[in-house]
Design a protein around this ligand. Sequence first.
Ligand SMILES: Cc1cc2nc3c(=O)[nH]c(=O)nc-3n(C[C@H](O)[C@H](O)[C@H](O)COP(=O)(O)OP(=O)(O)OC[C@H]3O[C@@H](n4cnc5c(N)ncnc54)[C@H](O)[C@@H]3O)c2cc1C
Length: 431
Amino acid sequence: MKNEVKNDFLYIKGGEQGMNGKTIVILGGGVGGIVAANELRQRLSRNHRIVLVEKNSEHAFAPSFLWLIIGYRQPDGITRPISSLIRSGVELVQAEVEKIDISARLVSTSKGQLTYDYLVIALGAELVPETIPGLSQAAYSFYSFEEAKRLKEALAQFNGGKIAIVVSSVPYKCPAAPPESAILIADYLWRNLGRGKFSISLYTPEPQPMPVAGPQMGEAVKQILASMSISFHPLHKLKEVDVKNKHLLFDGIEAVPYDLLIAVPPHRAPRVVIESGLTDETGWIPVDRNTLKTKFENVYAIGDVTSITIPGRWKPDVPLKLPKAGVFAHFQAETVAERIADEINGRMPTAQFLGKGYCALEMGGGVAALAYGDFFGEPSPKVQMRNPSKFWHIGKVLFERWWLSPFGVKRSLLRSMINIGNQFMKVPLKI
Ligand SMILES: Cc1cc2nc3c(=O)[nH]c(=O)nc-3n(C[C@H](O)[C@H](O)[C@H](O)COP(=O)(O)OP(=O)(O)OC[C@H]3O[C@@H](n4cnc5c(N)ncnc54)[C@H](O)[C@@H]3O)c2cc1C
């Protein structure tokens, strides 16, 4: 069976594939949804249907947005049609999810309705800059493909002044991205404008960069920022942007002027998820941290849309939340796919998500550092930083090439290279 994009349908009904055929519906074809669909297709026979619902036809690889803004990548180098990233036999429905009715096991979309035997919610996080006055008018961003393209143009035309990079609220995806963006932009402008023509200041409501990773990691990142003359301002909670006078207004702190504003916009769960009644007081979907089960039977949630409690750090008895990152969405998707497939195939599900993850922090000049660790570690998450080297940068490039490659020999080869590299460098993770 070839990949099929269903652009027109009225009703897909679960539980109709003969005696034992099941329908697994996955909502959201981003990182988690794509991995879940591919893993399920590989593990289940063809009498079971895997339906992936995604509103966009193209997938843009978010980690490469940081390379896009400084011209290391062109826009068409980091996007692919979603149909080229999924295994043959996954049914791709290009539609907007409009309503999730758990009690009726019914999903309504812009193109029709679906029922399911198993539901995997992988709808990610919605960006809502409009919730902070002035932010959407004033700020550039690298948090979406369209915004990253706009910022690329702004940086190419920038001829000096004060750059403010602002984390406008927590939680947000990829805690390494704000310092990484500051470092890459500084490196780019040094080469294109020269030193002394600009300053970069990084503001965040957090106490340090990447707080979940602990004080040692925070200190290491602060030192890298300082070595590049980037000033770091913790505990700055953005209240408003004075667009006319180009000032940032923080809670209880004097107004700060800027010439170019780059923001990590506020995040929230997509509207359709909030309206489904699946979220808790955090605004995200609570799940069992090992199985990714929600409190509803046969309904799982993975990736950025979830809220997962992890051990405390600053105050060990005050738990933290697992950061939002593609690496977690990826491993969670593998866990959920294995568990659902085992259940359908009559085996006891044993797969568990264990909170392991890694992240390469780009430092410009083809060099990156690597942070990896155990985010469920007791009494606090255990995260280590490996020294900056070309190796981690090459690893990131290989991962990008693997992710964007269609199924075939090249993709298998890239995967082997990444896994052998991880083994060689003693990074205990496998894709
Ligand atoms: C600049 C940047 C750099 C990053 N770098 C890294 C990195 O180096 N490492 C890392 O681990 N993570 C990184 N991340 C984070 C990573 O991209 C996300 O954590 C990851 O994509 C989450 O996967 P997900 O499946 O939960 O959500 P997503 O990948 O966001 O997928 C959600 C999907 O749901 C779709 N959707 C939403 N609502 C609807 C609807 N109503 N109907 C239909 N479809 C819908 C969306 O179109 C989207 O395709 C980075 C993020 C950014 C912005």
